[in-house]
Design a protein around this ligand. Structure first.
Ligand code: ADP
Ligand code: ASP
Ligand code: MG
Length: 819
């Protein structure tokens, strides 16, 4: 016999029932089909709810009416697909169920009590309806169909709601039944069975998979197929992880571990009977019957390292600890005996090697009972302080990696925990099974999905993601977005997924869970309403389960720089060309670095000095290797480099300033450049990077213009007054020239002091030839002397600055890729 089981997801409507009947018909060959069915989707849940409402004394009649209508609709929809005769039997069954259900619910409500055996009878009704309807449809297809009574044939032991199969007894009952009636299709209800007293017992929620395995084992089926709504077993729940991979083959052990730790596609009890008789199992898709599905059998598949990632949610972690546990024989067994007595199932256990504590997970819904059972069991020990009060951590989840191949490879656990750290998930407890086939971590429920996602990324898809939020979309920000758009193909080639989820300016914040269309962001910004704040962005990141958020600040705003610490704390990397944070107070400067380290996030600001030139990274590289700064001289402003180059050629100060402004080389108010403050900030960043813990006030600043010149005037007035200084500057240039020198605006660090000022340089000075907007940095260190280490190139302009920011953004991935 071939056993085929169809789950509730395959039985949601009559169209689905009919598709199942078609699949069954197409499978009829030399062997008969044993067809095991669940209840129509959602019906068992409705029955559970009805029972609960009755038990609580609440009004269950509206829901009862819904249940009636659902069955009536299914029967009604089936009229076109089979004869009235066949449907008559289904109607009678539905009427009989209605009567029994109504009566039982009344009883429960009256007594305020619902014994388990009554609950089992109610919850099992959905399956019995399914088999009646399917039998009618199959008979309508002229297939020789026999309905077998699973309650009578599937034998079990244990409690009414969660019984365990008695395979030997089931084998006998099936042998007897099958010898009496020959058929092409034997239809059977899943989920239900009976104990030795012949009372109905359920096989546990979602237990129809287990029913199929029991039937397969009892009749020694050639195959057991579980038909559901996905193509097979995936590397993670495809509902949670979009690019989960289909697994073509799993060993029984792998399937067992995955399902035990939460892969809902298969009930964990299913594998036992199949493995015992080495019956191959296939997971198939009712919606895509031609797909090959996943095969589960006895063969180990050592090929891939990790097969799948699963998660088990809604758990509580209980810790029993205290000196009374140490060296006392039988304490652990008392803990678990107490759980077993109350039928509380335990899903993960860890014990400290000092035997001082035992921690284990139970379903959150069992927590109260578990606590009471432990309190009763250890009353004496608790009273005498031999045990500490029970420690309870609620709302926990287990994330597990499963794979036969894991034991032959080192470093899986390291990569697992590094992934959890990367997802900023705190690991509460750890367990590994001794066969090294699975490794599990207990984490907070709210972090579970992120944990699964990042582990899947690192073990399977290898497509790391960068989740971008940009604040400041002016010249540099706009250019950066254009570069992101242009580089999409290149990023794809490098297997990186970069998505811009948010863009903000001082007026509004645009957020899009699908990622902003970079071709049309300007238009969308017009309609954006939200306001930029750490809370807004954090909430978005949490809701969308983004695991590598990067805040890019392309504004030059001080208030935004003041939020970096909060962003880092909220899990964002921060990348910026904005100099304000690094030149704020030393307290803030230190706090930024501490917080970034604590939260394992990057704070990157390569473009704050020398734009695209690799200044910061180079300095850090030198100093990390033990080098030390002796002195520094540099031209750090592209606009001043341009202005002083033209002054040297004899152009007047007012003309050159006008020209630089027209070309967009200066700020809208050229005094922002001419004041020297921007250069002073860059120099301070260099100094701090080199270990000089100075403040902005410690930098001696000599502006380009005489102090107080045209102070307080508007830009046009200032530009109009500027020719007054032409003669002065012409004289300065001529005097320098007479000495064989040129004027440059120089930032320097010497003897631990910082200064920015106009300097006359000899023509053979390394910075004398630097003009036309170029930057140059001459770095004198212990290793680089007497000839300094020189960096030179364009140090301003939207394109190079944006490219530098882009490069920093890519560096947020580097430590993930090292894994
Ligand atoms: P049925 O009603 O057929 O029993 P279930 O809802 O019980 O279906 O199980 C199928 C669901 O299991 C899928 O829709 C999927 O969301 C979920 N699932 C969880 N983990 C996995 C996994 N690793 N592979 C495939 N499906 C999974
Ligand atoms: N209908 C039952 C449940 O929902 C059994 C099953 O679908 O597997 O629990
Ligand atoms: Mg299921």
């Amino acid at each position: 016999m071939r056993v085929l089981k169809f789950g509730g997801s395959s039985l949601a409507t009559v169209v689905r029932f009919a598709e199942v009947a078609d699949i069954v018909a197409s499978q009829i060959g030399t062997e008969p089909v044993g067809l095991v069915l669940s209840a129509p989707q959602g019906v068992t849940n409705t029955l559970v709810e009805l029972t609960d409402l009755a038990f609580l004394g609440s009004d269950y009649l509206p829901l009862l009416q819904q249940w009636r209508q659902r069955l009536a609709q299914l029967i009604e929809d089936a009229t076109l697909r089979t004869s009235a005769d066949q449907l008559h039997a289904v109607r009678e069954l539905a009427a009989a169920q209605d009567e029994r259900l109504t009566e039982k619910l009344q009883g429960i409500r009256l007594l305020g009590y619902c014994p388990d055996h009554i609950k089992a009878q109610i919850l099992g009704m959905g399956e019995q309806f399914s088999v009646a309807l399917m039998t009618a449809l199959l008979k309508g297809k002229q297939l020789k169909t026999v309905l077998l009574d699973s309650v009578a044939l599937v034998k079990s032991q244990g409690d009414y709601l969660n019984a365990v199969a008695d395979i030997a007894a089931s084998e006998q009952s099936f042998a007897a039944a099958l010898s009496k009636q020959q058929a092409q299709v034997y239809v059977m209800a899943g989920f239900v069975s009976s104990n030795v007293q012949g009372e109905l017992c359920l096989l546990g929620r979602n237990g129809s998979d287990y029913s199929a395995a029991i039937v397969a084992a009892a009749v020694k089926a050639s195959v057991c197929e579980i038909w559901t709504d996905v193509d097979g077993v995936y590397s993670a729940d495809p509902r949670q992880v979009k690019n989960a991979k289909l697994i073509s083959h799993l060993s029984y052990d792998e399937a067992m571990e995955l399902s035990y730790f939460g892969a809902k596609v298969l009930h964990p009890k299913t594998i036992g009977p199949l493995a015992r008789f080495q019956i191959p199992c296939y997971i198939k898709n009712t919606l895509n019957p031609s797909a090959p599905g996943s095969c589960i059998d006895q063969h180990s598949s050592g090929d891939s390292l990790v097969k799948g990632i699963s998660s088990l949610e809604h758990l509580a972690l209980i810790t029993v600890s205290g000196p009374g546990l140490k060296g006392v024989v039988g304490m652990a067994s008392r803990v678990f005996a107490a759980m077993a007595r109350e039928q509380v199932s335990v899903s993960l256990i860890t014990q400290s090697s000092s035997e001082f504590s035992i921690s284990f997970c139970v379903a959150q819904s069992d927590l109260k009972v578990a606590q009471q059972a432990l309190a009763a069991e250890f009353e004496l020990e608790l009273a005498n302080k031999l045990l500490r009060p029970l420690h309870i951590q609620s709302d926990m989840a287990i994330v597990s990696l499963v794979g036969d191949g894991m034991r032959q490879h080192r470093g899986v656990a390291a990569k697992f925990f590094a992934s959890l750290a990367q997802a900023r998930v705190n690991v509460v407890a750890i367990a590994q099974d001794s066969s090294e086939r699975s490794i599990s971590a207990v984490v907070e429920q709210k972090a579970c999905q992120d944990a699964v996602k990042v582990c899947h990324e690192n073990f399977f898809s290898h497509i790391p993601s960068i989740d971008v939020f940009l604040v400041g979309c002016g010249v540099v920000g706009g250019e950066l977005l254009a570069q992101f758009q242009r580089q999409q193909a290149f990023l794809q080639q490098r297997n990186v997924r970069l998505t811009v989820y948010g863009i903000a300016n001082s007026k509004a914040l645009l957020l899009d869970p699908k990622g902003i269309d970079l071709a049309h962001w300007q238009a969308q910004m017009q309609d954006a309403k939200a306001q930029f704040s750490v809370a807004q962005l954090s909430q978005f990141v949490t809701e969308q389960h983004l695991t590598n958020p990067v805040l890019i600040d392309c504004s030059s705003a001080e208030p935004v720089a003041g939020l970096y610490v909060d962003f880092l704390k909220a899990g964002f990397h921060v990348v910026t060309p904005n100099k304000k944070a690094n030149t704020a107070s030393l307290d803030y400067y230190r706090q930024l670095r501490q917080v970034a380290q604590q939260h394992r996030r990057r704070f990157l600001y390569e473009t704050t000095v020398g734009a695209g030139l690799p200044v910061i990274d180079t300095l850090q590289g030198l100093f990390n290797a033990g080098d030390e700064l002796l002195a520094f001289e540099g031209i750090l402003s592209g606009s001043l480099s341009y202005i002083f180059g033209l002054l040297e050629q004899g152009v007047s100060l007012s003309q050159v300033t006008q020209k630089a402004r027209d070309l967009g080389f200066t700020e809208p108010d050229p005094r922002d450049d001419l004041s020297g403050m921007d250069v002073a900030r860059k120099l301070l960043i260099m100094a701090r990077e080199s270990g000089l813990m100075l403040d902005l006030a410690d930098v001696e600043v000599e502006g380009v213009l005489p102090a107080g010149f045209a102070a307080g005037t508007a830009v046009p007035d200032f530009m109009a007054q500027l020719p007054q200084l032409d003669a002065l500057f012409a004289d300065k240039v001529a005097a320098a020239k007479a000495n064989g020198q040129v004027l440059r605006y120089i930032a320097e660090i010497r003897d631990g002091r910082c200064k920015v000022a106009i300097k006359a340089l000899d023509l053979d000075h390394p910075l004398a030839k630097v003009k036309d907007g170029e930057n140059a940095l001459a770095i004198h260190t212990r290793y680089y002397q007497p000839i300094p280490f020189v960096l030179r190139g364009y140090g301003a302009g939207a394109a190079v600055t944006a490219a530098g920011v882009f490069s920093d953004v890519m560096r947020t991935l580097s430590w993930q890729q090292e894994m």
